[in-house]
Design a protein around this ligand. Structure first.
Ligand SMILES: NC(=O)NC(NC(N)=O)C(=O)[O-]
Ligand SMILES: [Zn+2]
Ligand SMILES: [Zn+2]
Length: 437
């Protein structure tokens, strides 16, 4: 049993209430259960926005929420909500946004051949936390909600954070309809095939949140190396993502002398080497990644006429991202001019670095202290829906360790004991905000 002070996200002290000991919950079992939707023979999980595995998983989750008394509801984007309705009693004089639901959750989509914890942990933990609170304390005073966001990774369409961006109104379906996946299927078609979209019977994706709290695996090695159980996220890095197209001329590999070629792939290779050099020169905190390249016509005895590669740049400060991108672009232009190649780029993601809400993070710290869980404040090098929510409502993130820091990989793993510690923190926090008098 633990005693702790209950207060709202705005810091008003409310009351003190002991919580019953948390029981072992079916966290691990439910993560395994969810991973069956989209699992492959090597144990990798692939659930891309609106694909078959995604649809099955999201509907299976809705059925689980129903079983657990959480009144599931979809919106037009395919975000799924489970709700514990508040009685409204004791919510005091707080007005406007503070009366809105306290929401927890994360995303259901994965990268291609990813793990079973990224995103899923926060969704499952949210469902079980609401079930736990309902079972022990009945209806909360303030409405508590869990959301299974439809998309965060940007794995299918050249666009990311669709779940949180649609909820916060930053993006609308009209802006994305034309986007195509690798198979040429448009966003408009994909959402329609999945049964969502503006002409579906679901309500529009718009909500006012009192606060958003995301529990997530760290996806790095910091907690494990330093021996801490909980990471309290201080900031989330900013990101820019581009698609870079280099154009040359297809020609015969045997009859075209080296110096007369316009070899798009050779030019792209030099540009990628420059990406690595510039990022290394910028210092340890900056990271830049080229994770994908395609070449046309993609034939062994033909000089490539076109190469397209991805570029992902991240840092905790926007100026560093911008400076690095400009140096890279200068280098790309120099290389293209030198080799008589065409150069085009398209920016398809830009998110600014985002600090998390100070009051919620300090409440998380208080809980860690009462619960005697070792914690550190840390920035997140991975992007999260929390950085989309933060400007719209007070937002915070709780991290648990990732074994060997591996993520976006079937080997992604967090020990059950660590999953439970994060769950405990989440339950305490939701109790604090939902049941305070
Ligand atoms: N937590 C994540 O894995 N996020 C990933 N996805 C986005 N959208 O940032 C990423 O690339 O960092
Ligand atoms: Zn991820
Ligand atoms: Zn994630």
């Amino acid at each position: 049993m633990t005693d702790f002070e209950v207060h709202t996200p705005s810091g008003t002290k409310r009351s003190t209430q002991p919580l019953p000991q948390l029981e072992q919950v079916e966290l691990k079992g439910m993560l395994d259960w969810l991973s069956a939707y989209g699992v492959d023979a090597q144990g990798g999980v692939t659930r891309l926005l609106y694909d078959q595995a995604w649809c099955k998983a999201q509907h299976a989750l809705a059925a689980k929420m129903q079983e657990k008394g959480l009144a599931p509801e979809f919106d037009q984007s395919g975000n799924l909500y489970g709700t514990l309705h508040g009685t409204g009693m004791g919510s005091g004089t707080v007005e406007g946004i503070e009366e809105a639901p306290i929401v927890t959750g994360s995303h259901i989509d994965t990268v291609v051949h990813g793990g079973k914890y990224d995103g899923a942990y926060g969704v499952i933990a949210g469902v079980l936390a609401l079930e736990y609170l309902q079972k022990h304390f009945g209806a909360p005073k303030r409405t508590l909600q869990v959301v299974s966001l439809c998309e965060e990774e940007g794995s299918r369409f050249p666009f990311a954070y669709w779940g949180s961006r649609s909820i916060t109104g930053i993006s609308r379906l009209e802006d994305l309809q034309h986007l195509k996946d690798q198979e040429g299927i448009t966003f408009a078609q994909a959402i329609r095939d999945a049964g969502f979209g503006t002409d579906s019977s679901y309500r529009a994706a718009s909500h006012t949140y009192g606060a958003f709290i995301e529990l997530h695996i760290e996806q790095g090695q910091v907690l494990e190396r330093l021996g801490h159980s909980i990471g309290i996220v201080s900031d989330i890095v900013g990101q820019k993502r581009f698609s870079i197209t280099v154009s040359g001329e297809a020609n015969h590999a045997g009859t075209t002398p080296m110096s007369w070629r316009k070899d798009a792939l050779a030019g792209a290779a030099e540009m990628i080497t420059a990406v690595r050099r510039i990022a290394l020169e910028a210092g340890e905190a900056l990271v830049a990644t080229v994770g994908r390249i395609t070449a046309d016509p993609g034939v062994g005895n033909v000089v490539a006429s076109r190469a397209v590669f991805s570029l992902d740049i991240r840092h905790i400060r926007q100026e560093s991202i911008d400076r690095c991108w400009h140096s890279m672009l200068q280098e790309f232009s120099r290389i293209a001019a030198e080799q008589q190649l065409g150069l085009n780029w398209e920016e398809h993601l830009s998110v600014t670095p985002t600090p998390m809400n100070k009051q919620i993070t300090s409440d998380i710290r208080d809980i860690c202290e009462v619960e005697q869980l070792s914690y550190i404040y840390m920035p997140s090098g991975a992007g999260h829906d929390s950085q989309i929510f933060q400007p719209a409502c007070p937002t915070a993130m709780i991290f648990v360790p990732s074994q060997n820091g591996i993520s976006h990989n079937p080997l992604e793993y967090t020990a059950e004991e660590d999953l439970m510690k994060g769950f405990r923190v989440l339950v305490q926090l939701l109790y604090k905000y939902g049941y305070g008098s």
